[in-house]
Design a binder for this molecule. Structure first.
Ligand SMILES: Nc1nc2c(ncn2[C@@H]2O[C@H](COP(=O)(O)OP(=O)(O)OP(=O)(O)O)[C@@H](O)[C@H]2O)c(=O)[nH]1
Ligand SMILES: [Mg+2]
Ligand SMILES: [Zn+2]
Length: 354
């Protein structure tokens, strides 16, 4: 494996997978995707590539097969100078978001990520419920979740806010930094040790692109022109993979508006291990943790061992996850029915005609 590809985060199993594909193919990593045209970084630099017939067929069968930022792909060059993505390597991790207002099939936001950084500005004051929601998404990805509190230069009590956030983020490190002063950036940079890939998630205006620029030491990405109006403006419009000069890869994303939890069971349990542990102690296995006798969650609430805010946040996300799962089940039923009708048509068509 070349040093260039290693710096891009290529791991041995993925390299082996790509090398075993038949044909004269070149490995690369997807930087961004724009309406079916992708920019892919290879060891010889970036190229623009479209999808092969096989990839198009895979997408038709499952939209999640669409190559996305962070994917490792195999490229073929054609005599007419076209380049196509022939195959997408299996994803080690994937950040999934439920489709906004559409189907319940999640959209892949980024693939093969080692660290998901939930980026939150310290000013205006962080919304803890929103952080928990991002963390549930981060846990589900299979990558290591961290919270990066940025804009520390704008507040005097960054460390005490960090403590509050830490209680809502069990199992995740909480870092404090400022893109403006450079404070705390070394700790963020060390998340990229060993050519790791870190994706940044957060609302618009959180300071994601500013953080990437500060990590890179160059103004690579556009940053919101007007400071601190508190409202999201969506300056970044697409997901983008950036190779940092000192090693490591960062994926910048546009601020997420709708942030559906994709069949969230496991991510939710990982983001709320305290509540999950309590729920396991309830007398009834199907306890709804509302009025049931012997409910350990309600007991912890009464004793103050579990905060009302955290409980309510969990109930809300739990409901949402249950809704997403139901919707996914309905979709599966519909698709099964469609497949059955197609199969019936096929049988009818292939029967000998009288
Ligand atoms: N004082 C201060 N301002 C910051 C810091 N980081 C970002 N900002 C400001 O916050 C605003 C938003 O920053 P961006 O980096 O564009 O935010 P973003 O998360 O990329 O936003 P979207 O691209 O819209 O999702 C800009 O006006 C930045 O100048 C910081 O550490 N300190
Ligand atoms: Mg941005
Ligand atoms: Zn209970």
């Amino acid at each position: 494996m070349s040093a260039e590809l290693q710096a891009l985060g290529l791991d041995a199993p993925t390299a082996d997978h790509l090398a075993a594909l038949p044909g004269e193919l070149v490995p690369g990593r997807v930087v961004r995707v724009d309406k079916g045209l992708s920019t892919v970084l290879t060891e010889d630099g970036p190229v623009r590539a479209t999808w092969s017939g096989a990839v198009l067929a895979a997408i038709a069968a499952d939209p999640q097969a669409t190559p996305c930022t962070g994917d490792w792909v195999a490229l073929r060059s054609w005599p007419d100078d076209r380049i196509t993505v022939e195959a997408v390597a299996p994803r080690r991790t994937a950040i999934l978001r439920a489709e906004v207002g559409g189907s319940s099939r999640g959209q892949v936001l980024a693939a093969n990520v080692d660290v998901v950084a939930v980026v939150v500005g310290l000013h205006p004051e962080p919304n803890i419920g929103r952080i928990e929601r991002f963390l549930a998404l981060a846990w589900e990805s299979g990558a290591r979740p961290v919270v990066v509190l940025t804009k520390a230069d704008l507040v005097g009590d960054a460390d005490s806010v960090a403590e509050d956030v830490a209680t809502a983020a069990p199992g995740a490190d909480v870092l404090v930094c400022s893109a403006t002063t450079g404070e705390g950036l070394e700790a963020v940079r060390s998340l990229l040790d060993g050519n790791a890939t870190m994706a940044l998630l957060g609302t618009s205006g959180a300071g994601k692109s500013s953080l990437v620029n500060a990590l890179a030491g160059v103004e690579l990405l556009d940053v919101q022109a007007i400071r601190e109006d508190g409202k999201g403006r969506h300056t970044s419009v697409r997901r983008e993979l950036i190779l940092l000069p000192r090693g490591g890869v960062v994926i910048d994303t546009p601020g997420l508006r709708g942030l559906g939890l994709q069949e969230a069971g496991e991510g939710l349990a990982a983001a709320f291990p305290d509540v999950a542990a309590l729920a396991a102690q309830c007398r009834f296995k199907d306890c709804a943790h509302v009025t049931e006798p012997g409910c350990a969650v309600q007991e912890a609430l009464e004793e103050g061992a579990l905060s009302v805010r955290r409980y309510e946040s969990w109930v809300k996300l739990q409901r949402e996850a249950a809704y997403m799962t139901r919707r996914a089940d309905n979709r599966r039923q519909l698709e099964a029915r469609k497949a059955w009708i197609q199969a019936k048509d096929y049988r009818r068509d292939s029967e000998p005609r009288p």
